[in-house]
Design a protein around this ligand. Structure first.
Ligand code: PLP
Length: 389
């Protein structure tokens, strides 16, 4: 068989190495603590489960909802945005449901990028940004996210000629994997830089609801002029523990949304009606789930960071997301450390290099196991580190 060469451009090598490593550990009979995944272990709200199960029995619920989904869902998104960020959105032209933000984030490149076009992509960054760009044969201009700059890109370091040629910039705050939060001032700088260079901004806001030190991460669209040049993706996966439901939405500039819709209408026929109903219920009335999630991740973060600190591994305490981004404590490269730790202790993390070359020197810990399991993992890390000398 002859396959498309674009398959070779997708970054699967580190993830397949991790999958092999996981298999190897499971085969030894050692209990694996998998902190490499980014899928919440917490249950969705009762109301969401009830709506899905009730609506699934409705004979009228099985038609195509088409890419734009239901007016009811889009209006719920608009209300949630107004309540949460005080931003007005037109549900007809400025909101589109997506089958998880991954769907939108992968297809936005099809709408914006031709072969050879430049896009600014954060490094480290969530893998679909680079992969989505590779699938349309665009060219990547890295935005290094460095600790000394609070994991925000430094626009003064970008080659002005590449900035001028770039068509699209992807950003993501609160950030996966670094857990950094962006300030309103930063987003205002983004609007300035993007407007000056004619760049469309695509902000991935999957983690705005997972901040646990009293911060209320802002929407990119709160920056003055942002809606003229950009869009923002939201996900119900993390905010409401609905990852498997595959539901998110994109808001912002109506021309960009229309372009994405044009691509998607040729690819999918919309989300199952009961899932849109469940999403509507979540957005309109389940703030207690969000608050409970915040408390849970905060407690888990404390277990991990405080426990590792007492074992000599100094890690900055993240204020948001479900991840901890930690410097490799042993002087190894990130993949060697992850491999060694997994083989010796059964604790599986993600090497920072899986998120890009600027992720090297770090590992990502997903706070996706309960408190007891995390305590167990910290104990194993302590033993592993004490056997290093
Ligand atoms: C930064 C970021 N964006 C997008 C996604 C995709 O989320 P979903 O497609 O479930 O909405 C994830 C999932 O882990 C993520 O971490």
């Amino acid at each position: 068989m002859k396959f498309a060469s674009r398959l070779d451009k997708l970054q699967i090598s580190i993830y397949s190495q991790l999958a092999e490593l996981k298999k190897e550990i499971q085969q030894t009979g050692k209990k694996l603590i998998d902190l490499s995944i980014g899928s919440p272990d917490l249950a969705p709200p009762q109301e969401v489960k009830k709506v899905i199960s009730e609506q699934a029995l409705n004979d009228q619920a099985y038609d195509y909802t088409l890419t734009r989904g239901t007016v009811e869902f889009r209006e719920a998104c608009a209300k949630w945005y107004k309540n949460r960020f005080n931003i007005e959105l037109d549900p007809e032209t400025e909101i589109l449901p997506v089958m998880g933000s991954q769907d939108g984030l992968s297809h936005i490149f099809w709408a914006m990028i031709d072969k050879g076009d430049y896009a600014l992509i954060p490094d480290p960054g969530y893998p679909i940004y680079s992969d989505g760009l590779a699938l349309v044969e665009g060219q990547k201009v890295s935005l290094p996210l460095q600790r000394e700059n609070n994991f925000l890109p430094d626009f003064s370091q970008i080659n002005p000629s590449l900035a001028e040629q770039a068509k699209l910039m992807i950003l993501n705050y609160p950030n996966n994997p670094t857990a950094a939060i962006a300030s309103p001032d930063f987003f205002q700088d983004v609007v300035r830089f993007a407007s000056n260079n004619g760049i469309v901004v695509c902000h991935d806001a999957a983690y705005t609801e997972l901040a646990y030190e009293g911060d209320k991460p802002t929407s990119f669209l709160e920056a003055k002029g942002a809606k003229d040049i950009g869009i923002e993706f939201h996900s119900l996966s993390k905010s409401f523990n609905m990852a498997g439901v595959r539901l998110g939405f994109v808001v912002g500039n109506c021309q960009v949304i229309k372009a994405l819709e044009k691509i998607k209408t040729n690819i999918d026929y919309g989300t199952f009606r009961p899932l849109l109903k469940a999403g509507t219920a979540a957005l309109l009335g389940l703030p207690t789930t969000i608050e409970k999630n915040r408390q849970t991740y905060k407690q888990r973060r404390n277990i991990w960071v405080d426990g590792c600190f007492s074992a000599g591994w100094k890690i900055d305490k993240p204020k948001a997301t479900m991840f901890v981004w930690a410097p490799v404590p042993t002087g190894q490269d990130s993949l060697s450390f992850v491999t060694d730790l997994a083989r010796k202790s059964g604790v599986l993390l993600v090497p920072g290099v899986a998120f890009g070359e600027h992720g090297e020197g770090f590992v990502r810990i997903g706070l996706v196991q309960n408190e007891n399991i995390l305590e167990d993992a910290v104990g194993r890390v302590r033993t592993f580190l004490s056997n290093q000398d």
